[in-house]
Design a protein around this ligand. Structure first.
Ligand SMILES: [Fe+2]
Length: 293
């Protein structure tokens, strides 16, 4: 029996000029993406709990997205109750000094886009763009959220800043068999308990778990049971994955309106944020975010 061989490497994402161009085109060019092809449900906040017990949840499971326009904002308690119907809310990190002032009830993060300095610790609060990713890709599968819920408390300035959604299925369908095989065996090298970048779950769904770390490099490890691949093959497959993430057809963008509640399935969509075109303006966007597993 041949022993499997672990190979490791570092992908310098800054050197991938084609990805840089595609990332710029999608997230930094300040263009407005079309809304997702999902019905927007106009629901009274008092009817929301009942609504979420109906067929809406089935459609969320199938399509990975639910967009609700509420007549009134929910209190944080109600938001938490509603989200708890979908699963278990995940605590925000109470030891993260940057996050702490924005955490409410342990699991709600007040995402207030008021940061223009671009440092990575302040990433959720940036007025700039946020690269495509799946949430908590550095965690074990059981600790990753299934759903992300966002309620818009203040839409802020009129601008091109949208939450960008990229359907995983379309990216998957573009990959060659070789790329799929490689991506099913490559993961971050910092923690071998994280899932590979591509996995198939018990329901036969193909799920990605990856973040575009640009401008930081990506440290990876690959379990090469057949001793068939080189580091160059791994780099090529990751590059192809990133390239498709930034360029599939049905990429959409959510333009936030006050009272909008959006629930996204983290196993069906990659997400990111496009840059605000009014970077110096004081008026800030405010979303309340919960991660639910
Ligand atoms: Fe995110």
């Amino acid at each position: 029996m041949m022993l499997s061989k672990m190979i490791t490497g570092i992908l310098n994402i800054v050197e991938l000029k084609e990805i840089t161009a595609k990332r710029f085109d999608l997230l930094e060019k300040k263009k407005v993406l079309p809304l997702p092809k999902t019905l927007i449900h106009n629901i009274r906040s008092t009817d929301l709990e009942k609504f979420l017990k109906g067929p809406a949840v089935e459609s969320l499971k199938e399509n990975g997205l639910l967009i609700i326009q509420l007549d009134k904002l929910l209190s944080s308690d109600t938001l938490l109750n509603v989200c708890s119907e979908l699963g278990t809310p995940i605590a925000e990190n109470p030891t993260d000094e940057v996050l702490v002032p924005y955490i409410e009830k342990e699991v709600i993060l007040n995402v207030i886009s008021n940061n223009t300095n671009g440092n990575s610790a302040s990433q959720p609060f940036t007025k700039r763009h946020l690269n495509l990713h799946t949430e908590c890709s550095r965690r074990k599968v059981v600790d990753q959220p299934r759903y992300l819920a966002f309620m818009c408390c203040d839409e802020g300035e009129l601008s091109s800043a949208q939450t960008v959604l990229v359907p995983m299925k379309e990216v998957f369908d573009k990959l060659s068999e070789k790329d799929k095989k490689i991506l099913k065996n490559v993961r971050y090298s910092s923690d071998l308990q994280t899932p590979p970048f591509l996995r198939t779950d018990r329901e036969n769904r193909n799920i990605f778990s990856i973040r575009d770390f640009y401008p930081d490099p990506m440290y990876w490890s690959f379990d090469d049971e057949n001793h068939a691949y080189t580091a160059a093959d791994i780099h090529e497959s990751i590059k192809i994955l990133l390239s498709h993430m930034y360029s599939v057809e049905n990429t959409s963008g959510i333009t936030w309106k006050n009272g909008m509640l959006v629930i996204v399935d983290n196993t069906i969509f990659f997400h990111g944020k496009s840059a605000s075109d009014q970077i110096d303006i004081e008026k800030t966007r405010h979303l309340k975010r919960l991660r639910i597993k």
